[in-house]
Write a protein that binds this ligand. Structure first.
Ligand SMILES: C[S@@+](CC[C@H](N)C(=O)[O-])C[C@H]1O[C@@H](n2cnc3c(N)ncnc32)[C@H](O)[C@@H]1O
Length: 271
């Protein structure tokens, strides 16, 4: 097998893929993403060099689960939905959420990444793959414009500037009649911590997003964008499955919204 060659920005996908693979190897996985684990083993990726703490692997898996739930629930309410995984990397979200044949799921990432998805992931993991730079304007043109959309971005927004994020969100809102957009949030503290703490060395050079603390802040990106839900992961039921020390830390943080916002947060908007 030829080892995939990615730019440093594209290579950020290893961090999340390996995080989910490591979660799968725990006695009580939060997500249980066996496909991620299989891919990491298949390419023989040296995940140890990423120095991913167990807590980070669990958080990566946890937020992926929350984003899966948002997509799944939207598609259950709108069986003709269009689903978008923005910056899909080598994630096999379509396999986890199993959209019905009436819905269409699109994984969007750079062409090199979409090509590797076809080599490394099971066939049905990429029902539609779009190889494009999300900051380009044309990639949405080929997508149906008359159906509701659910767009999820897992680990993407850190790599866009705020202007690029505003432009992306605005183009999605202009293209589709209605929908939901969800992504993991980056607080100002998280951006600061990424530059200092272990586990994120591999992406330090490519992070652009400044972070924000108020979940309503993105409402200023587009007049139609409204906060639907702020998921503070410290307060989610999966915390009960966390290893003891991490569970206690999350239970403590859960008492304070501002403390919880510093950690794993999934933000969910509608338009
Ligand atoms: C941290 S990875 C997350 C990948 C995947 N969502 C996951 O959870 O495993 C970020 C992904 O965003 C993609 N990405 C970043 N900027 C992008 C852009 N401007 N256009 C397309 N993809 C982009 C990268 O190639 C990478 O695959």
């Amino acid at each position: 097998m030829t080892f995939p060659v990615f730019t440093p920005l594209q290579a950020s996908l290893w961090l999340t893929l390996c995080g989910r693979a490591l979660d799968n190897r725990l006695p009580h996985p939060i997500l249980g993403d066996k496909v991620a684990d299989d891919v990491v083993r298949k390419v023989g990726y040296d995940y140890k060099k990423l120095r991913i703490p167990r807590s980070s692997a669990i958080y990566i898996a946890h937020r992926a689960k929350k984003l899966d739930e948002i997509a799944q629930q939207f598609i259950a309410r709108h069986p003709n939905a269009v689903g978008l995984d923005l910056g899909a990397g080598l994630d096999s979200r379509a396999l986890r959420i199993a959209p019905p044949p009436t819905a269409d799921w699109y994984d969007v990432d750079f062409p090199e990444v979409i090509r590797e998805r076809r080599h490394l992931l099971p066939d049905h993991a990429t029902p539609h793959g779009i190889g494009a730079d999300l900051t380009d304007h044309a990639w949405l043109d080929s997508l149906p414009a008359d159906r509701p959309v659910v767009a999820v971005a897992d680990g993407l927004i850190a790599f866009l500037s705020e202007e690029e994020m505003i432009s992306l969100v605005s183009r999605i809102i202009s293209h589709f009649p209605s929908g939901e957009i969800a992504f993991n949030g980056y607080s100002k503290f998280a951006v600061w911590a990424q530059k200092r703490f272990p586990g994120a060395e591999s992406i330090r050079g490519v992070v652009k997003f400044p972070g924000f603390d108020d979940p309503r802040y993105p409402e200023c990106w587009h007049p139609k964008l409204k906060l639907r839900n702020e998921i503070l992961c410290t307060r989610e039921p999966e915390v009960a499955e966390f290893p003891l020390g991490l569970r206690l830390m999350n239970r403590l943080s859960a008492r304070s919204a501002s403390l919880s916002r510093r950690g794993n947060v999934v933000l969910h908007y509608s338009f």
